[in-house]
Design a binder for this molecule. Sequence first.
Ligand SMILES: [Zn+2]
Length: 76
Amino acid sequence: MYVVRIKEVEGKLVVKNSKPCDNCIKLMRLFNVKRVFYTNDDGEFVCEKVKSDKLTNRLSAAFRIQNPGNFWRIKK
Ligand SMILES: [Zn+2]
């Protein structure tokens, strides 16, 4: 699976960090996704095994904005 986040900064499109959040990782595991490629802040692709513990980090900013005051997480 490929994840890319693009943001407009001063009229230019810039590739930003798109590391998947805990909920996305859990869903990827549920659907048996083996590898995820995501972009880092330097605009480079990083490849990680979905099983890797390095991926479990946090909830994305978008998730927190959509769910204010709600720390609900998908259970395994
Ligand atoms: Zn997510």
